[in-house]
Design a protein around this ligand. Sequence first.
Ligand SMILES: *Cc1c(COP(=O)(O)O)cnc(C)c1O
Length: 354
Amino acid sequence: MRYTGLINHYKDRLPVNENTRFISLGEGNTPLIRLENIPALLSKKVDIYVKYEGLNPTGSFKDRGMTMAVTKAVEAGSKAIICASTGNTSASAAAYAARAGIKAFVLIPEGKIALGKLAQAMIHGAVIIQIKGNFDDGMRLVKEVAEHAPVSIVNSINPFRLQGQKTASFEIVEELGDAPDYHCLPVGNAGNISAHWMGYKEYQQDGKATKTPAMVGYQAEGSAPFKKGEMIDNPETIATAIRIGHPQSWDLAHEVERESNGWFDALSDADILSAQKLLTEKEGIFCEPASATSLAGAMRDIKSGKISEGSKIVCTLTGHGLKDPDTAIAQCSDEMININPVMEEVKNAILDNM
Ligand SMILES: *Cc1c(COP(=O)(O)O)cnc(C)c1O
């Protein structure tokens, strides 16, 4: 049967009924790829899978939540949606609003949005409001303005977002035959880690899984309120998707940590970028910098033994590498070879680099 998106696929487990118009772009059903080369580099016996959420329609997991949020907004008669965004939420909101025939307003931090995400929000016709501030400022403004204007918030404080995003866990359990031992994610607002935990618990309660994983959330060091144990005011990291100091799902995420026996930790930007590059060079998988935080953290905790040998680990790769071409190119620009258009020079370039 033709796959027509996660709401239709999981409609028995989502808050929709036969009269609901599903606003879908075929999101979900993303590949769970077993890493073949990286585990050998860690000199530990582990099974690592990456859930490649960058292959959603707009290139990030945000589509899982957005299909639900926009579906419910339209069902409630809303003519406009609004969000604050570090980029991917705005891209997704813009696309699903276009699909639904409603308006999208997006607040983004000036100069801190990766190029691909900005292009998406613009081309889909969202009204883009750049603010001289960060994501946390935008989020505060969105909450305020939604009380004074006829717009539905589609940030992850919208509970329908988490409902949609929990389906990633369903897919993982179905593919592996059970829950993994550990599930590692990059954490910004912590909506996604909370949604995944909901999904795992739901499948365990219904007997579709025998266990639940330890949920492990990784942040960037300059932007690590969970690691620090308190909100921070001026988050900084090259991984702009998780450049968040005041996470919206603060309490939920702490519950997840407790209930799942998981933990939070933080990685340097350098570690994040080298995990991103390792994944592209050793496995052929291109994710954006924030996404590589999950693998960077998992690798560190596998090496240290915190994640035990023999474990099955899933790392979510939240967004596609093409979202942020500038950061990718900046990492590799000195590797390019420049020559004159003659065969001899091409040949030398090949032989010198075999
Ligand atoms: C939104 C986003 C995150 C963070 O997800 P939260 O639910 O806010 O924790 C991580 N990576 C990417 C690529 C994102 O777009």
